[in-house]
Design a protein around this ligand. Sequence first.
Ligand SMILES: [Zn+2]
Length: 231
Amino acid sequence: MSADLWRAQYYKCCYCERKIPEKFNDVEHYRPKGSAKRAPGCNQTHGYWWMAFDWQNLLFACPACNRSGKNDAFPLAAGSVSLQAEFSAPGAELPLLIDPSDLVNPVEHLEFFALRPSSSSSFDWWVRGRNGSLKGQTTIAVLKLNGMEYRETRRDYFDTSIKPAVIALDRALKEGHQARIDEAVDRARALLAPRLPYVAFSYDALNFLISSSRLLAAGVAGWPQLVDVGR
Ligand SMILES: [Zn+2]
């Protein structure tokens, strides 16, 4: 079971998109099986024990997200009625936590943005709800996705994978050499392949540092539309 989930999620944590070996990972229940904290929308605390082995309810999460972040949190929006035993999800529940297995693309709810601390020459990458997404904001708060450890992991990935691709593309665009531009665009776009970690982050970092209009001016297609990222 666990190995199947691991493969289905491209060996990535369902929440923070980091890649880690299967043996370090936990099967995560989107709807907690023991007890559930449903605030702010609902005060009932019964767990979803009948969904403990429901494939639709299982996700693969890294220890940081599963243990120190989510635990038994399952926030619902105001107006929700908690799902009762033996019924199928979602019923009248309006979850505020992004369901990574859902048809909803997490990229549409999470937006990464850069701050440059005065004491450092490199960016500090934070995340917020995209277009004010309450689902995004709640997921960030529950999992503490702006914690130091997550931000340092993002910074490392930026420095080793995104930055070199951006520098190569920026240089090719300045030179105006078409073959080099095409090659550099392909390299940067490869960062958005679903099998790679931090696809949502890469998307925002690429857009921030090299705009689609700059690509279009150079005669190449802009970055993909939001809805197509990570698919
Ligand atoms: Zn994680």
